[in-house]
Design a protein around this ligand. Structure first.
Ligand code: E4P
Length: 223
């Protein structure tokens, strides 16, 4: 499963990229706003730190405007930047056009299996179902991932990757792995939680204490 970071904080991308496990980064207008940075400059810095696909979202709402923004972003941003469009009729039309031009598209704000399939048929590189926002409504967001992954198994010719988004917990990530989800985008906090285990910390402490004892006894060199 591709592990993708959902942030517009350059320092967080540097932190997780250093682990050598980062497959890409997703940004959105809210994350850019929160970061306080300039959109183009921020995406350029992120794309420098991670060679995988970096999603940059268009904000126009009409087809012509979205296409214009997308082509401009592709012109000025590094090659690994892909275009994020909303899952609506305009987004599908833009997705088809960009994908015909060989430009990678991430269709975002997916809340149903039918939307995911339509985005795939429009040539999306990724479709992004939003797990946490479905949970927020009182429904089970993971059920949508299970449903989409189940459908995908019937159509092996589908090349579109399912990118679970709006991830709120490590349990979400593990559930995504269990059903073979292609990719998962999560905040830095979740990445940090995924690598942390109290028994690992206790184990390190114990090994270090024992090693100090070995050194104190003068047994740390073989000669
Ligand atoms: C994905 O591409 C989105 O940026 C993101 O996962 C949205 O998550 P949120 O629901 O926590 O805002």
């Amino acid at each position: 499963m591709e592990l993708i970071l959902d942030t517009a904080e350059v320092s967080e991308v540097a932190e997780i990229a250093a682990w050598g496990v980062l497959s890409g980064v997703t940004t959105n207008p809210t994350l850019i706003r929160r970061s306080g940075g300039d959109f183009i400059d921020t995406v350029c810095q992120i794309a420098d730190l991670c060679s995988g696909p970096i999603s940059a979202e268009v904000t126009a709402t009409d087809v012509e405007g979205m296409l214009e923004q997308a082509h401009e972003l592709k012109r000025i941003l590094p090659k690994n930047v892909i275009i994020k469009v909303p899952c609506n009729p305009e987004g599908l039309e833009v997705c088809r056009s960009l994908s015909n031009d060989g430009i990678g598209v991430n269709v975002t704000l997916v809340f149903s299996a039918s939307q995911a399939l339509l985005a795939a048929k429009a040539g999306a590189m990724y479709v992004s179902p939003f797990v946490g926002r479905i949970d927020d409504t009182g429904e089970d967001g993971m059920q949508l991932i299970r449903e989409i992954m189940g459908i995908w198994t019937h159509y092996p010719q589908l090349e579109t990757k399912v990118l679970a988004a709006s991830i709120r917990s490590t349990e979400h990530v593990i559930e995504c792995m269990k059903v073979g989800t292609h990719a998962c985008t999560m905040p830095t906090k979740i990445f940090r939680e995924l690598i942390t285990h109290s028994l690992t910390d206790i184990g390190i402490e114990k090994f270090l204490a024992d090693w100090s004892a070995v050194e104190a006894e003068g047994r740390s060199h073989s000669s």
